[in-house]
Each structure stands twice: as structure tokens, then as C-alpha cells.
Design a binder for this molecule. Structure first.
Ligand SMILES: *Cc1c(COP(=O)(O)O)cnc(C)c1O
Length: 360
């Protein structure tokens, strides 16, 4: 099957002349910048920093629209050229942009595989794009034939979340590869939890599959949820489309500078990942000992999906005891399931202590 990106892109986006910023129009060396109507004197606050690169940075200038310095740091860590990276204001912006680039409202459709991450559907509804749901199989794997059978000439996107939220498991690599080879549109693999997984990332397959977009985020393992940094990895052609449609300064200066600094701390992050995985095994072992715990689903993420005899009762009991978990029991195939994030060792002990009292 020949892949033609042009045919998947909306006409208005293909024709779009993007906004051209002041810094964009001038390329070269200069020492006096009077082109962007900024405050030339300075900013009334400086970037607070624990040290290192970012110290004392000012905010009066517009930030780099393409975040090159941050992308170069990410490129080193991820093993891809910086040109293959897009940075969004959280993964939510990446998802929204994918709809706006590829999906004509009221005409095109996308495929999602419930139970899965809620934003794929919300974003489709915001953009007035038809959603086709092909549920995961009973063991929470992709229904490959069902997905391919649900496509038509207006199918533009397929969202695969692996490890999947809320089921916590990896999708089988063979199935994902089958879909990459046969799905007629763009395949978006959401790897928000990849750092906790035994599965390896699909980032290294970008040259193999022209229709692949891999999403990751700095919100989970990297511990930067409040900086709002979502990542997309794709061919240069697809990245150009994202750059064309995004707001010019979608990533603010503070987030860029702090993330550059944070990315130097790989040791700390790897240590947290290791601890999280250890704590995951510990919680599985402890929780499975309670008679009201019916099933703990296999996890490749930093959370557990746990089926109990009465999810609502346990949820209410825990929240009355100031422990908040996520009640997923209304999701399809998740009846009586709670989603529990792996906490610090102390937090996990507190959870277990309360759960022990619940029995009585
Ligand atoms: C948490 C999560 C994200 C991250 O979203 P951000 O907007 O980057 O914070 C993305 N996908 C899934 C499936 C998630 O669970």
C-alpha cells in the first residue's frame, strides 16, 4: 500500500500559510531587537532555578517558537534527530492538533479502542469528528480485524495506547505492526507510560513507517506534569504539519528552560522508575492477599487496575480516609475496577493500612 500523506491532510491545512512571527522573519545576528513590541527593559520576575543553566533567565522576550534547545536535549535522550520531534502544551495539544490537521469535521472518522484514555474521544467531540469504537478483546488486546473492518475512505486516525490507560497492559507488538502495515491512515501510538514498561518504544521505527506518530510525555516518569510538555515523534513531513498548525508560542519560556534543566537529571528519574516498578510488585503481592480483591490486571505502567467485589464502596471508604484513587467501574469492561497509582513507599503503606481496616 502506497502511503500518501497529502491525501490524508485536510485541504485547508495543506493550503495554509502559517503565522509568521517577528523572530521568524529575521534570521541572522543582531544585538538590538525592536521588532516584536516586547518590553526592552526587562521582566519584573526572573526564572527561579535551583542552579545550572536556567538561572536568572528573563521573560520579556518571546520564547523560541520551535524550542530547539529543548529538542536537542530530547534528541540525545531519545536517539532521534531533533527534526523528528514536536513539543505540545501537554499531550492534549498533540491530540487536538492531530484532529485539526487530518480530520474534516462532520466528514472524517477516527478509531479508538476502549477502554482507553478519555481525551481521544473528548478531542474528537470538540472537533466534531466521528468516533468509531472497536473495543479491546477480553484480554485487553487489539482487535486487529475489527479495527481494519471499521475503516472506510474517510478514516484518518487510529489511537493505540500502549501501555494502555486504564488497563495498564502493553498491546502486542505484532498486532501494532500489523496495523502500521495495513491501516489506511495515521497510527498514533500513545506511549505515556513507556518508561515503566518491558516493551520497547516505537520511536526507533519512524523510518520504517511513514504513517506513524509516537506520543510521549514529560508528565509521568519525568515528574513534570505541571510544566505541560507533551511530545510527538514522527517523520519530518508530519512534524512540519504540526508546526504549521500549532499556536506560534505554544511552549512558554519557563517550561522550556526548566525542562532543559530537568533532562540533565536522568539518574534521578531512572532511580524513581526502578522504585516505582519495585513498589508495583510489592503492591500487587500485598493487595492480592485481600479476599475482596478479585483480580489485579498485569501492569506495565505506574498504576494498577484492580477489580474488587464492590468498587464504589471501597472507593468511598478510601476517600473518607483521605486516600484518593480513580474509580473506573463505569468504563466498559472495567466493572468494579479501581485504578491505583503507585505512590511512594510511605504512601503505599498508608494505602495498605487503610485497606486492611476496610476488611474489618
Ligand atoms: C497521562 C497521560 C497522558 C499525558 O498527558 P499530558 O497532557 O502530556 O500530561 C497522555 N496519554 C495518556 C494515555 C495518559 O494517561
Amino acid at each position: 500500500m502506497k502511503f500518501e500523506l497529502e491525501k490524508l491532510v485536510r485541504d485547508n491545512i495543506r493550503r495554509l500559510t502559517p503565522y509568521s512571527s517577528a523572530r521568524h522573519e529575521f534570521k541572522g545576528e543582531a544585538s538590538v531587537f525592536l521588532d516584536a513590541n516586547e518590553n526592552s527593559f526587562g521582566s519584573p520576575v526572573l526564572l527561579p532555578s535551583s542552579g545550572g543553566e536556567g538561572i536568572g533567565e528573563r521573560f520579556n522576550r518571546y520564547p523560541d517558537p520551535l524550542q530547539w534547545q529543548l529538542k536537542f536535549e530530547l534528541a540525545k535522550i531519545k536517539g532521534v534527530p531533533a527534526e523528528y520531534i514536536f513539543i505540545g502544551n501537554g499531550s492534549d495539544e498533540v491530540i487536538d492538533l492531530a484532529y485539526r490537521i487530518f480530520c474534516n469535521p462532520k466528514k472524517d472518522n477516527v478509531i479508538i479502542c476502549p477502554p482507553t484514555y478519555g481525551m481521544y474521544e473528548v478531542s474528537a467531540n470538540i472537533n466534531d469528528v466521528e468516533i468509531r469504537k472497536v473495543n479491546l478483546t477480553e484480554d485487553f488486546q487489539l482487535d486487529v480485524d475489527g479495527i481494519l473492518g471499521a475503516t472506510d475512505q474517510n478514516t484518518k486516525l487510529l489511537f493505540i495506547c500502549s501501555p494502555n490507560n486504564p488497563t495498564a497492559n502493553n498491546m502486542k507488538r505484532k498486532d501494532v505492526e500489523l496495523l502500521l502495515n495495513n491501516f489506511p491512515g495515521i497510527v498514533i501510538i500513545d506511549e505515556a507510560y513507556i518508561n515503566f514498561s518491558r516493551q520497547k518504544t516505537f520511536i526507533q521505527e519512524l523510518t520504517e513507517y511513514e504513517n506513524l506518530v509516537v506520543m510521549q510525555t514529560l508528565s509521568k516518569a519525568w515528574g513534570l506534569a505541571s510544566l505541560r510538555l507533551g511530545l510527538a515523534f514522527a517523520s519530518i513531513q508530519i512534524i512540519e504539519l504540526f508546526n504549521k498548525v500549532k499556536p506560534p508560542y505554544n511552549i512558554n519560556k519557563a517550561s522550556q528552560a526548566l525542562a532543559i534543566e530537568a533532562l540533565q537529571n536522568t539518574q534521578q528519574v531512572n532511580d524513581w522508575i526502578k522504585q516505582t516498578v519495585e513498589q508495583r510488585d510489592f503492591l500487587i503481592k500485598k493487595l492480592s492477599g485481600f479476599p475482596f480483591v478479585k483480580k489485579i490486571f498485569e501492569s506495565d505502567a505506574n498504576f494498577l487496575l484492580v477489580r474488587v467485589d464492590n468498587a464504589n464502596t471501597l472507593y468511598n471508604y478510601l476517600s473518607q480516609n483521605k486516600i484518593i484513587v480513580r474509580n473506573r467501574s463505569k468504563e466498559i469492561m472495567c466493572d468494579n475496577c479501581l485504578r491505583i497509582t503507585i505512590g511512594t513507599p510511605e504512601e503505599n503503606l498508608q494505602l495498605l493500612k487503610k485497606v486492611r481496616n476496610y476488611e474489618k
